[in-house]
Design a protein. Structure first.
Length: 115
């Protein structure tokens, strides 16, 4: 089964930036649409951004549009999320998975944005 491991989270002030990474194993990575999801305390897990298998098509949740950029490098089996102009409401655990989310959920990476 495909294993996806997130990294790159941290504590940042409002207005700051972070770049998240997702490393994949297995052979499904290059064939599937991928996405970043996030879950804030007490809330459901939501899809934040998605990217097509070749990377040509991307979609974003309205709350992050214009601030976040999703990308992927299929040769390296990596996916990224560049997050700029971060807001306290972006605080959450961020996960990567396919669309639909058929891989086991990893531990995610914590992003905390202070006011």
């Amino acid at each position: 089964q495909e294993l996806l491991v997130e990294s790159g989270g941290g504590l940042v002030q409002s207005g700051g930036s972070l770049r998240l990474s997702c490393a994949a194993s297995g052979n499904l990575f290059v064939l599937r649409t991928l996405a970043w999801y996030r879950q804030a305390p007490g809330k459901q897990r939501d899809l934040v951004a998605r990217i097509s298998p070749a990377g040509g098509n991307t979609n974003y949740a309205d709350s992050v549009k214009g601030r976040f950029t999703i990308s992927r490098d299929n040769a390296k089996k990596m996916m990224y999320l560049q997050m700029n102009s971060l807001k306290p409401e972006d605080t959450a655990v961020y996960y990567c998975n396919f669309v639909p989310a058929t891989a086991s959920w990893g531990q995610g990476t914590q992003v905390t944005v202070s006011p």
